[in-house]
Design a protein around this ligand. Structure first.
Ligand SMILES: [Fe+2]
Length: 207
């Protein structure tokens, strides 16, 4: 299966790269329907569920990594996941990931979106202080937001678009700009994320 489209539309906002029309239709639909048909999940969060993908564990993820790694000059692939958002809630709270590059792709359809001003990604171009531990930068949204406010950093807001890939420093603070999808099973918001390179902590395989 061919993974990546040839006719990408690439735009850059500072050091954030946005690539539209990213996956081939075949790959996009595979990523979408395998999550819609999922009955088992690795993790359940407030309003969304996750399936994890580690190297050599998921055939489709290995195909994707092998094709995009040389093309976008990405460091070592560490882990990935798909999320399916079952409810219109806040989505993923503000946090940092221990990666040099995150690739986030929206897999659900544009027609499934209810509120066009939501569902995007807010990226704060700010790294956590050196003395913070993982529990702070990955799992303490109120402390993170307080630090962002102190540093007076406003988010770079990336609008939701189906089949839009966003490459950014995963160690930047980032969060979902709330979830608002139409009712119906096939309209659930689905995202696909890959983490490349180690950042913030050594030898971490954690999200
Ligand atoms: Fe993240």
């Amino acid at each position: 299966m061919k993974i990546i489209n040839d006719n990408h539309i690439i735009s850059n906002i500072d050091d954030i790269k946005i690539v539209d029309n990213f996956f081939t239709e075949e790959c996009l639909q595979a990523l979408k329907y395998r999550m819609l048909f999922c009955k088992y999940f690795d993790k359940k969060y407030d309003g969304y569920y996750a399936i994890d993908y580690f190297p050599n564990q998921d055939y489709l993820t290995d195909l994707i990594v092998n094709e995009i790694q040389p093309k976008f000059n990405l460091p070592k692939f560490n882990r990935g996941w798909s999320f399916v958002y079952t409810e219109n809630k806040d989505g993923v709270n503000v946090h940092c990931d221990p990666s040099i590059i995150n690739m986030n792709v929206w897999v659900s359809s544009d027609e499934s979106v209810l509120d066009q001003n939501k569902n995007g990604l807010d990226i704060y171009r700010l790294l956590p202080p050196n003395n913070w531990e993982r529990k702070d930068w990955n799992n303490n949204a109120s402390k993170s937001l307080q630090y962002i406010r102190e540093m007076k950093i406003s988010p770079t807001k990336i609008n939701y678009k189906s089949n839009r890939a966003i490459f950014f420093n995963g160690a930047y603070f980032h969060k979902t700009n709330q979830v608002s999808m139409k009712k119906g099973y096939e309209n659930m918001r689905i995202s696909y994320t890959l983490l490349f390179g180690q950042n913030l902590e050594k030898n971490s395989n954690d999200k």
